[in-house]
Every structure is written in C-alpha cells, then in structure tokens.
Write a protein that binds this ligand. Structure first.
Ligand code: FES
Ligand code: FE2
Length: 362
C-alpha cells in the first residue's frame, strides 16, 4: 500500500507563515474602543514596536510612535490638548499627523515629525494599519459587508502558538471528527477576496451526517453554513448556522513576543431595528457567545503544546496548504522595525510568484 498516494507535500518551507519574526502588513486590533476615552493617552506595543494611542476632543483615535523626537521621553507620559499631544518632559506638542506644532522655548516649532499610523474603529475595537497607507478595508464578515451591524466583545486570551496556527484550526477538516466528534465531512471551497483576504466555505453534503443533523435537515435546504474568512492570516471570521439564522464570530488575533498569540473574540450580528430588533440583537449575540465556547474549548490544549510543522500533509489538509500559500504571497514585515522582511521588491515579487507556482493543490 502506498501511504503517500494522497500526499500533497511541498518541497519549500514557508518563510512567513508561523514565523515569530514576521507578520503581514495589515489592520490589527489594538484595544477595545471603550478603553480609550476622550482626552486619554495610552502606551501600546504591537509587533515589537512601541506606540502611543490617544483620543482628542474630536473623538478620533490617533496612533503615533512612542518616543519624543526631542530627547526620547515616552509620549504616554504626556497630555492630550484638544486634538494634539504634548510631551511631559519639555512640552513639545504634536498634532494628529505627528507634526511638531509647538516648542515652548522657541518662537517657531522645528520641522520634526513623529511617525503616525492609520487608525480606525469597527466592531467596538480600535485597529491600526501597520504600513503607510491602508491597502485594504478593516476586516469584515463577507456576508455583512454592506449591512449595519451590532457587536459585542467576547473574551481576551493568550495562546501558546502563532496566530497563523490558531487560524488553521477552523479549516482543519480532519480534526472536526477526531477532536470535536462531529460526524459530518468537511470539504472547503476557497476564494481569494483580495490580496489579503481568503474565504473557505464548507460545501459538503454528506451521507455520514450525524443523526442530529439528519433530523434537522428537512427544515432547511442546504447544509449548515460554515464559512470562514481570513484577513492578513491573523484575523478570522466564522459564519455558522442554518440558513435562517447565521451567527458571526471574529477572532481578532495578533502575534506577540515568543511566537504566541494575543486575541480577542468579537460577536457580530446584523442589526435588527425597533424594540424587538434590539431585543433579538441581544439574544443573537448572547447565543453567539455560547456557540464560541463550544467552538474552541476542545482545541485549547492543542494550542498550548503544538509545534506546528506540516511535514506530511495529506489530501484532506489541502485547505491548510491553501491558507499557507495565501499567507506567503502577502507583504511580510519584520517584527520590531516593521520594515519589509525581504529587502528588494523585485525579489519579493518573484518569491510570491514562486509560491503561486511551486506549491501544489492551489
Ligand atoms: S523629550 Fe519630549 S519635549 Fe523633550
Ligand atoms: Fe477546533
């Protein structure tokens, strides 16, 4: 018997996927919106870079590099004045673009500028784009792209493995049977939404469905929806449920020191209007919360001890390979500096093409 007959292994090792020194340029969650009130400034460190985030009187959240270009004081010691931030040490003041607008002992400010980072808010969360100009929208649930949503923040958590590895779990077809004891078969259809987002939809209609699924099948035409969307290889949305009631969960993850993950779950629902709408929004978000608990509880111990290395992929691991390929083709930045991980752009492009061609099943 040829054990490798279904083997789809590749000869190349991923350079960015599951690499604790790299991350994809993109939007990443920073802190819940409610944690930053008007007039507040806070220190944050993301992907090894120290930043400050503040909210001026116009209510906009602003993210700047942390250290004052005068003498290096941490600007989180400073004070918000209107829509600007004043350094605690010698009172130099910076606007939302990071431009120095006041030096108390000089008649004119000097032409110095702090780096500022694109910042936005969605689903009750503040997000930062880790490059110059955002190339993509904030992560969203594809099905809810153009509708009004309500959301609620779930738990904040840390796991012992890379965000990419956490993301893999939701498309790991084998483990639904072995870990979660679901008897359904999972077959994913993938679509690239854009350079930085990929979707996987379960398209299986299996005879092996569990008794429970068979029982409720007559009430809806299609299999239970199970759709995933991955942004920047690090933030994933899950849409699950029968056709008449979809639940949406976002797992907003970020790489932290030592190749670990800091994450936040966000429950999202289509906004229903009126007083009954308000009530059903609450109920749906509450049900989503219960669902998440079942979704992740059995995986916890895997995330604690895994050393991910897909050395022997088989055919059912195809979606995982597709996700790895998708991550490899995106723009990699270096931990700490946020510079491009590969120096020359040409080389970068060439490498991305290689991933397109070399890896199988994509
Ligand atoms: S260090 Fe900030 S004003 Fe001097
Ligand atoms: Fe799982």
């Amino acid at each position: 018997m040829n054990f490798n007959s279904q083997n789809v292994s590749s000869t190349r090792k991923p350079k960015t996927f599951n690499n604790p020194e790299r991350f994809i340029e993109g939007w990443y969650w920073v802190t819940p919106s409610r944690n930053l009130r008007v007039g507040e400034v806070k220190p944050i460190t993301i992907f090894g870079r120290d930043l400050v985030i503040y909210r001026g009187k116009d209510k906009r959240a602003i993210t700047l590099d942390a250290y004052c270009p005068h003498m290096g004081a941490h600007l989180a010691e400073g004070k918000v004045e209107g829509n600007e931030l004043r350094c605690f040490f010698h009172h130099w003041k910076f606007d939302a673009e990071g431009i120095c607008v006041d030096i108390p002992c000089l008649a004119e400010p000097l032409p110095v500028k702090l780096k500022s980072w694109p910042t936005a808010e969605k689903y009750g969360m503040i997000w930062v784009w880790t490059g110059e100009t955002p190339q993509q929208p904030l992560p969203f649930v594809p099905e809810l792209e153009i509708v009004d949503c309500v959301s609620a923040l779930g738990s904040h958590f840390v796991t012992n493995c890379h965000p990419n590895v956490v993301m893999v779990n939701a498309i790991d077809a084998q483990h639904f049977n072995t870990v979660h004891k679901l008897l359904s078969e999972f077959i994913f259809d993938k679509q690239e939404l854009n350079q930085n987002a990929i979707t996987f939809s379960n398209i299986s209609f299996s005879d092996k469905d569990s008794f429970l699924i068979k029982l409720i099948r007559p009430f809806y035409k299609n299999a239970i929806t199970y759709d995933l969307c991955y942004w920047y290889g690090s933030t994933g949305t899950v849409t699950i449920g029968p056709k008449f009631l979809h639940f949406h969960i976002m797992f907003a993850l970020r790489l932290v020191e030592g190749g670990k993950t800091e994450g936040q779950t966000i429950f999202i629902a289509k906004k229903r209007q009126g007083i009954f709408g308000w009530l059903s929004n609450r109920v749906v978000l509450w049900l989503t919360k219960i669902l998440v608990h079942y979704f992740i509880q059995d995986d916890t111990k895997i995330f604690q001890t895994i050393r991910f290395d897909l050395k022997t992929p088989i055919k059912v691991d195809q979606s995982i390979m597709q996700l790895i390929n998708h991550v490899e083709r995106q723009k990699p930045l270096m931990w700490g500096t946020w510079n491009l991980a590969r120096s020359r752009d040409g080389e970068n492009r060439e490498n991305r093409e290689k991933w397109r061609d070399d890896l199988v099943n994509d």
